[in-house]
Design a protein around this ligand. Structure first.
Ligand code: 3PG
Length: 205
């Protein structure tokens, strides 16, 4: 599935930084049950890859990807763990080339028009807009829309549940990403019911 199609599967993609591998399945299940079946597990903790492996096995209908991918070797690790897509916080052409070789759907991040242009010229049509707030938020996205009519974005970074609708109203936004559907306090308390409830609100946006 092309990354553009992954972004069409859900209006919100939870970005999960999992500290304890034991949380992976209940957390991902709680979000999927609430209507958010596309999940990004960031490669920021030692628990990340085992969490992807466990979540992929437990939730065959979910679409689980990895985030914060910084190194070419991470594509193979992600794919071997069963990840369906990969996300980076920035744009690097070596990584774009490696994603093609590794045949994994890839969503690199951009923050400026120059980066959008480089990505566009390399054939990419879907990008993460990160950190969305610092990059000008909905105003920044509206500025890019007439310049790159073929590009769609997943803005991420500093977006709250209340702010998400304004982003989703932008014609060049496919979906939004963020940690707002899985706040740290609820994960620490293992309050999966509250996370499912939050996911329901997010999925209804
Ligand atoms: C990411 O990697 O996409 C961000 O860390 C998520 O940003 P948020 O925590 O501000 O939603």
């Amino acid at each position: 599935m092309a990354i553009e199609n992954v972004l069409k599967l859900a209006r919100v993609i939870p970005v999960l930084t999992i500290e304890d591998v034991e949380d992976a399945v209940p957390l991902c299940s709680a979000l999927a049950e609430g209507g958010l079946p596309v999940l990004e597990i960031t490669l920021r903790t030692p628990a990340a890859i085992p969490s992807v492996e466990m979540a992929v096995k437990a939730l065959p209908d979910a679409t689980i990807g990895v985030g914060t991918l910084l190194d070419e070797t991470d594509f193979a690790k992600a794919r071997d763990a069963g990840a369906k897509f990969a996300v980076s916080p920035g744009l690097n052409m070596d990584l774009v080339a490696a994603s093609v070789v590794e045949e994994i759907d890839y969503l690199p991040g951009i923050q400026t028009s120059s980066e959008a242009m480089s990505a566009y010229r390399s054939g990419l049509r879907a990008l993460k807009f990160f950190p969305a707030k610092a990059a000008g938020g909905t105003y920044g996205l509206a500025q890019l829309a007439p310049l790159y009519p073929g590009l769609v974005f997943c803005p991420t970074g500093g977006i709250s549940l209340d702010e998400a609708p304004a982003y989703l109203d932008q014609p060049n936004v496919a979906c939004v990403g963020g940690s707002f559907a899985s706040p740290n306090d609820l994960v620490t308390a293992r309050d999966w019911t509250a996370i499912t409830e939050l996911a329901r609100h997010a999925a209804a946006l």
